[in-house]
Design a protein around this ligand. Sequence first.
Ligand SMILES: Nc1nc2c(c(=O)[nH]1)N[C@H]1C(S)=C(S)[C@@H](COP(=O)(O)O)O[C@H]1N2
Ligand SMILES: [Mo]
Length: 427
Amino acid sequence: MMSEKKAHDALDRRSFLRASGLAGAGLFATSAPVLSQQGKPDPAITDVQDWARNLGPGVVSSPYGKPSEFEKHVIRRDVEWLTAGKESSVSFTPLHELDGVITPNGLCFERHHSGIAHVDPAKHRLMLNGLLDRQMVFTMDDLKRFPGRQNRAYFLECAANSGMEWRGAQLNGCQFTHGMVHNVWYTGIPLKTLLDEAGVKTNGKWILAEGADSSGMTRSIPLDKAMKDCMVAWAMNGEALRPEQGYPLRLVVPGWEGNMWVKWLRRIEVGDQPWHAREETSKYTDLLADGRSRRFTWIMDAKSVITNPSPQAPLKHKGPNVLTGIAWSGRGSITRVDVSIDGGKNWRTARMDGPSMPLSMARFYVDFDWNGQELLLQSRAMDSSGYVQPTKNDLRQVRGTNSIYHNNGIQTWLVRANGEAENVEVS
Ligand SMILES: Nc1nc2c(c(=O)[nH]1)N[C@H]1C(S)=C(S)[C@@H](COP(=O)(O)O)O[C@H]1N2
Ligand SMILES: [Mo]
C-alpha cells in the first residue's frame, strides 16, 4: 500500500498536471500535449480516476482469473443460421482480437456433433482393442504415469473452415471466414507408446479413434500416421483440457483435419482396413465437378489470413499502422508470407515474429503507412515443402464449387477510404 506521504505527493502531482493542462500546452515541450484535440483538457490525464483513488479487490477475489471487463467483446461467436441447433454446431475463434501464435484456452473455437460431454475423469477409460497382442484399458492415472511425456504446439483446423466462401465472398469477418482454427500447446504421450505397449499385430494397418460423447464419433487413421506423431493429450496451454476441447483426453493428429482429432477419446481399435465411418464418407469428403469425390483428404494445406485490418477490425488512423495475420500448414512450417495491398498485383514479404514451428501457427506483420487510399489486402503463405497458397480461383479450377471443405484459397479484404473493411473477391 502507498504511504500517506506518497499518496499526498501523488495527488499533488496530479493537481499540478491538471493546472498545467489548463495553462495550456508548451509547458512539457517534449511530452504529449495535455490538451485533447478539441483544445479542451483531457480528463484521462487531468482527472484522478476511481482506480487510482480506491483500493481494488484483494487477492483471490477471482480464484480463477478472468479477462478484464473491458474485453467483454473478445468472445467466441456462432452464426445462428448456419446450423439447426447449438449441439451439432460450431463457434469461431475471434482471430481479429488475438496476437502472437497461441490461442487462449477460453477462446478456442468449438465443433461438437452432440454438444459438450462433461466427463468425470475418475470414470474415464481409454480402451485399446483389435489387432493387438494384448487388449488394454487405461485410466487417466495410468496414462499420466507413462514415460516419454511431450509438449508440442499444433494448429487444429476444421476442414470446413472457410467452407462458406467456396462460391464467393460470404461472411464479414475473419472470425467467421477463418475462425475454425486454434493453436495451443498440448501435453500428453505419443500414441505410439500405447500401441507399442499393446503390441500391434503385423496385419494391423489402421486405427479407429472413438469419442465418449453421445455422437460416438469415429475416424480411421493409417497406422503410419498414428505411429509417427499422434498424441493422446490431457492438457492444453499448461492446464487440463477444457470440456469443450475433449476433457479429460483427446487425440492430437498434427497437420491433419480437425475432425480426426477425436475428443473425449475412449477407444482405439486396430484394424487391417479403414472403417469408412460417416465422418469420412458422407462428411469431410470433397465432391468434385465431375461427380467423383476426393477420398480421405487428411492434410490441411498451407493457408493464411490477415486478421488486422479486417471487417471486424477497421483501420482507425492514417499514417503508421500495423498489419498482422496468421499462417499455418499441415505439411511443415511456414517459411514466408507475402502481403499485397493491390489485390495480388504486387507483393511484399511480411516480417515473421515469434516461433515458426512445424504444423503450428505462425504470425506475420507488415508495418505500413496508410494515406487513406483504398486497399485490396491479401496474404499468401509458403511452407517448408515449397507449397504456395493458391488463389480461390486456382482452387476452383481443380476442385469445382461443390465442396464445402478444404478451402485454403487466398482471402481478400477491401479497405475503404473510411477505414472500414469488407470481404470481397478479385478476379
Ligand atoms: N468426440 C468428438 N470428437 C470430435 C468432434 C465431436 O463432435 N465429437 N468434432 C470434431 C471436429 S469436426 C472438429 S473440427 C474438432 C474440433 O475441435 P475443437 O472443438 O477443440 O475446436 O474436433 C473433432 N473431434
Ligand atoms: Mo470439423
